[in-house]
Structure formats: C-alpha cells, structure tokens
Ligand binder design. Structure first.
Ligand SMILES: Cc1cc2nc3c(=O)[nH]c(=O)nc-3n(C[C@H](O)[C@H](O)[C@H](O)COP(=O)(O)OP(=O)(O)OC[C@H]3O[C@@H](n4cnc5c(N)ncnc54)[C@H](O)[C@@H]3O)c2cc1C
Length: 488
C-alpha cells in the first residue's frame, strides 16, 4: 500500500517505521524537522512497566479513574495490553531506559498511578531519548522523508481519503493517510507545547468531514514555571516527594483531595489555580526535602533549566501555575486507528482513541502513540487484504449564529480561549466564546503561520462548541457556575 504519514513525533515515527518494515511504500511528511513536536519535550516517561503487585489490569483501572470514568474500556485494554511490547520495541529501537541497581528498568511514580510503573531515560529526558532513537532508525531505514512539508488538506474522492495536498500545492497520492500531527496547545497563550502544536490534524480531519470528539477535555498541567517560554516541572518530581504550598506554607491540596499533590492532574491544576487567584500570587512547588544531589541526578534537565532561570530549587520553592498541556479529544478512531472517513487514519495525541477519557493519566500519551501505531499498521495490512473498515458515527457540532467581533489574530484567539474555555468555565463565558469565534473570518492561508492560524480557529470553534454542549462538569471540563450553564 502507499501510505503517507503526517507528523514525526513518537506516533508518526513509530507508524512510518513499522509500515516500512512491513513492506508498505511509506512517505513521512513533517512541517518542521524529523523529531520535532511535543515528543522530545516529554520528561516524566512512559507508563507500563509492571513490578511486583502491579498488572495491566491495575493500570487500566487507574487510567479509567483518572479519566473520570469517561474512557473507553476496549481502548484502555488495548493500551495496557500493548504496553510491555511497546516498551520492548523502544528498547530494541535503541532507547536506553534508566536501570535500577538490579538491572531491571527503573520504575517512577506519578500522580494517580497506584504503583511506580513509569520508565524514564536520562532521568527526565525520556522524550528526547525516544525521539532521537526513532529518528536515527528512520534515517537508517531509507524510507521517504519530506521535511518542511506542511500538510494543508486531505484529498477526498468518492468518499475516501486519497492523499494529501501540501501548502505549496504539491499533491501526494496514497491508499492510506495517517494523521500523527500532535496536539493543540497553542489554542492558549500559556502552554507547555512547542511552537507548531496548532491542532492541524484535527482541522484537516474536520475539513475532510471526519468525526472528532471530546475536544472539550483539555488538560492543564499544574506545575509550569512562567516566562517567555513556559517550562514544565514534571509530575515525577511530585512523585519523588515534592509538595505544593500556598503563601502561608500550607499544603493546601489535601483540602481538595485525599491524595493531595498526587491527586489526578485536573484536580491539582484547579486547586493550584484557585489558590493562586485567592492569594494573588503563584503557589510554590517545594522540592527542598529531596536534596540538591538527588534533584540533579534524577531531574538533570529540570535542574539545569531552573538554575538557568535563577532558581535554586534545592533551597527555595519554585513559583508554578497551570498551563495548557494535552488534548484528550481529537479525531475519532477505533482501537486500530481508523477514522470515520475511509482511508483516513489517526494516531497519537491528534487521535481520540478513548483511552484518556476526560483526563489523561500521566505518562500514558507516549504509550498511546507507541501502542496504537503498532495496532494501526497491523490493521493497515488487514485493510490491504480487503477486510471491512468500519468507523464510528460522525459527531456533529452545534452551529451558532455568527456575530460581529474585532479582527482575528492568534493572540486574540488565545486570550479568548484562556479566559472562557480554560481551566474554569461557565455557560455564559462559553457561549460568548462560541459567538466570537464564529464571528471571525479565517485568514487566507499563504504561509505556514497563516495556515496554522486558520487551523487554530477551526479547532477553537469545535472546542468551545463542545464545551458549551457539555453542560456537566467531567474530568478536565469544569463548569464553575451551574446556574449559568447554557446561558447565552
Ligand atoms: C513539556 C511536555 C512534557 C510531556 N511529558 C510527557 C511525559 O512525561 N509522558 C507522556 O506520556 N507524555 C508527555 N507529554 C505528552 C507527549 O509528549 C505528547 O502527547 C506526545 O509526544 C505526542 O506525540 P505525537 O507523535 O502524537 O505528536 P508530536 O510529538 O507533537 O508530533 C507531531 C508532529 O506532527 C507534525 N505536524 C503537525 N502538523 C503538521 C502539518 N500540518 N503538516 C506536517 N506535519 C505536521 C509536527 O511537526 C510533529 O512532527 C508531554 C508533553 C509536553 C509538551
């Protein structure tokens, strides 16, 4: 089969490598360079290394609980059942996970995991290690790579995806198009995501008529150091014993949840935001009990960056605030990556497999990218043998009336999303955001930045509409004022 894979993070690289190894004719297209995107920024690690007393079943339970019961049991089962093989495949590809004294893979603990089961590499440089190993493999494989190639549209003919059109007009025909374009953190002005994380795959899928779902579930990471480039301090630091304190030195999160700092991420993020609002200053992440040597040994990347910013975290608290981090929703797929549009597939953060429910469990996203890439390629083979390709029913979005608004620009969109479709939401604000977003005209895309802006507008409209339509609080989607739900 001719397969075009769009995106070169863990999901796209893994898909391309496996499809190439299976003898498919693969073209890997990336708007930047191989190994860009969020993957190299991942710190904490990849979940799914089970020690004594642990099991895929317990991991599945934690995943479902963190997702507030909204996860899809079949997708979660596929995720945890594929974990051991996925980690083994990464080791085979050259990823050197950190080892314990007895030579087994060292297992870290992160919030809402019952037991330590997170594999990491280079302490807190897991994503970098995975990305580097997979990129090396791709170059060595000889599969066709196009860097600096911006996928602008999925070509659809006769009700099936037939390839992609690049922004420069080039058309690449294919029997299968795989979207692996990552998340949409730049819907917001404060995000841990690198530049270019603009929801392109979701916009492409929507324009092509494929179903999307769960876009209202945006995860905000609670411990981000602000600055011109927000910098994330991994949850693994809290797993290692760091705590969150308010201006009075009080560990306030136990007022919100019995697990305190290790409560699910949405609970911690809201607690941090509320306390910061109440006291008028950021809360502090206190890692001083861990010790300078241990901090530098276990978290070398974070240690170096904080010191570069003038913070000695072995002696003082780190001021932290929430920032947009991960999108649970996306292009709807079945457990093998098929979307509702025949010939179009999606994998990684851009896909909505159902594993994350309403709130992602820490370190499940690298795992999702690796596991579902494998499943997708295996299903491609089945598709080539003529098996039916069934997709879920399309998800329709409400279509509010347009209303006049100021001129569109990315900064205005981000402020609107932060203010009204952020961590704490209410019906009136959501309705306002939907009206403004639908009143804006998308820029005419000529350059990549304009295409990204147009994509952000499409994804923002879908996200705000989905958030308005979900009238209850669930997981990361939190309604502040029930009295205002649905108020226009
Ligand atoms: C700071 C940070 C820390 C994190 N820590 C962890 C962690 O410890 N554990 C964990 O499991 N997860 C973590 N995550 C989340 C995880 O890193 C991501 O969810 C995951 O890497 C996404 O992989 P992906 O392959 O789907 O997308 P990405 O790695 O984001 O790659 C997307 C690719 O698509 C390309 N692309 C996008 N649009 C286009 C287009 N229009 N045309 C062509 N190419 C395009 C990009 O250039 C890029 O190559 C973290 C994320 C961040 C930002």
């Amino acid at each position: 089969m001719r397969i075009v894979v769009v995106g070169a993070g863990i999901a796209g690289l893994s898909t391309a490598l496996r499809a190439h190894a299976r003898g498919h004719e693969v073209e890997l297209v990336v708007k930047g360079r191989l190994g860009d995107g969020s993957t190299p920024h991942a710190q904490g690690g990849i979940a799914g290394v089970y020690g004594p007393g642990d099991s895929p079943a317990l991991h599945a339970l934690d995943t479902m609980r963190a997702g507030d019961g909204h996860g899809d049991p079949a997708a979660i089962a596929a995720l945890v059942d594929g974990a051991t093989a996925a980690v083994a495949a990464l080791i085979e590809a050259g990823v050197g996970f950190d080892r314990a004294d007895d030579g087994t893979i060292a297992r870290g603990l992160e919030a809402a995991h019952s037991l330590p089961r997170i594999a990491h590499a280079g302490g807190d440089a897991t994503g970098r290690a995975i990305s580097a190993a997979l990129v090396d493999r791709v170059w060595a494989s000889g599969l066709r790579v196009r860097e600096g190639a911006f996928a602008a549209d999925v070509m659809v003919d006769g009700g099936s995806a037939r390839g992609i059109r690049l922004l420069d007009g080039t058309q690449i025909g294919a029997d299968a198009v795989v979207l692996a374009t990552g998340g949409a953190g730049h819907l917001y002005p404060f995000t841990t995501n690198p530049l270019g994380t603009t929801g392109d795959g979701i916009a492409l899928a929507l324009r092509a008529g494929a179903a999307v779902a769960d876009l209202e579930f945006v995860q905000f990471h609670p411990t981000v150091v602000s600055g011109s480039e927000p910098f994330l301090v991994s949850e693994a630091v809290r797993g290692a014993g760091a705590v969150l304190r308010d201006a009075d030195g009080h560990r306030f999160l136990f007022d919100e949840h019995p697990d305190g700092e290790l409560a699910p991420r949405d609970v911690v993020a809201r607690g941090v935001a509320r306390r910061a609002l109440a006291q008028g200053s950021p809360v502090l992440l206190d890692a001083t009990t861990i010790g300078a040597e241990e901090l530098a040994r276990r978290f070398p990347t974070i240690d170096a960056e904080l010191r570069r910013r003038g913070i000695d975290w072995s002696r003082e608290g780190v001021p932290v605030s929430p920032a947009a981090h991960y999108l649970m929703g996306g292009v709807v797929t079945d457990v093998d990556g098929r979307t509702s549009l025949p010939g179009l597939w999606a994998v990684g953060e851009t896909a909505r497999t159902g594993v994350h429910g309403a709130n992602r469990l820490a370190s499940n996203s690298l795992l999702e990218g690796a596991v579902f890439a494998t499943r997708l390629v295996d299903a491609l083979g089945a598709a080539a043998r003529g098996l039916p390709s069934a997709g879920p029913a399309p998800h329709t979005l409400p279509g509010p009336r347009p209303s006049a608004a100021g001129p569109f620009c990315r900064a205005a969109l981000q402020e609107l999303m932060w203010g009204h479709v952020g961590l704490l939401r209410d019906g009136r604000g959501l309705a306002h955001a939907v009206r403004v977003l639908h009143g804006w005209d998308a820029p005419t895309p000529r350059a990549p930045a304009e295409q990204e802006d147009a994509n952000l507008l499409i994804v923002a409209r879908a996200t705000a509409s989905a958030a308005l339509a979900r009238t209850e609080s669930l997981g990361a989607h939190f309604r502040l004022s029930p009295a205002l739900i649905g108020a226009a």
